[in-house]
Design a protein around this ligand. Sequence first.
Ligand code: NDP
Length: 347
Amino acid sequence: MHTTILVTGGTGYIGSWVVKYLLEEGKTVRVAVRSLENRKKYKHLQEIAEKSAGTLEFLEADLLKEGSFDEAAKGCDAVIHMASPFKLSIKNPEKELIEPALAGTANVLSAVNKAETVKKVVLTSSVAAIYGDAADMKRKGLSEFTEQIFNDSSSIKNQPYSFSKVLAEKKAWEIHDAQNRWDMAVVNPSFVMGPPLTPHSESESITFMRTILSGAYSSGAPDLNFGFVDVRDVARAHIAALHNQEAQGRFILSNTSLSILELTALIRKHYGKRYKLPHRRIPKVLMYAIGWMFGLSLHFIKNNVGIPLDFNNSRSKQILAIQYTPFESTVVDMIDALEKITLSRKE
Ligand code: NDP
């Protein structure tokens, strides 16, 4: 059993749940933060630690600084490497996405190689490292995406976030395969939803839900499909992957695949008219003309709008024993938590 665990990205949306569950198990959790002075980023974790059996430690480290994680990994039994920017609205994909994802993976795993105590690494990848465009499924002759598939359609120009995830995961496998002391399990979640523990995450998960609730799609929603999964299930999967020796290789974490319109129908069912939600999808031909308003390129529209996608989550159930949270609870718990955060900001 691992007792001292380094978590990178522990201040974030998913990371905060991972840290909470590890603290509840009584573990010593080291959270790497960019700046110890920026207390608001980790205050919520200190509050959780006060009510938990485990011990919480903080160290400063930055994905972009070589050697930055060496001290943090020293003496740890296991490392969960989750830190990576998840932003879709960016100006410089190389600087804002690719460099932190790739350099971060190399720096953290180099620290793992130096710390002789580490036996297990759990890496947070994404289904974005499995597929780039929904059209990849048909192009590859598949009825669903599985862990065997790697995204080969993204590039720095087409879906740079997905590209950053596939580069980072491949880099991690390369470093893992060059040694034989530590094992690695990779968690590949689809679009994560559910309640945030931190009010300060800049995750696209939060931005996406806030955009929907703001009424941005009220006159019509792009016909886009996503796999969705609860943040608490993703956190539990990281912990199961850490403890279970058989957990090696990749694990898709995805509960259900829905369109934006199906998601907003679920929200309407629970919140009635409180939010201005769409009643119709925007036809694909019209999307070609107005897609730029949503920041969508013609290539993206052609290969994603109106195209279904599905994921095989059987490994997560069989090996990690994940019992997926009903998606309605995921959505309701998320909106309730976001409403509380908005209220507390007004007070
Ligand atoms: P958040 O933005 O909430 O978390 C990102 C974390 O990474 C934060 O703790 C952030 O630290 C840290 N980080 C970012 N850049 C750096 C840096 N240069 N140096 C050190 N730390 C850094 O996003 P999520 O929780 O949503 O994402 C966490 C991981 O999960 C990412 O790897 C993402 O790709 C992956 N993922 C997310 C999905 C989702 O739907 N949310 C789906 C699939 C995968 P700080 O607090 O200082 O900002």
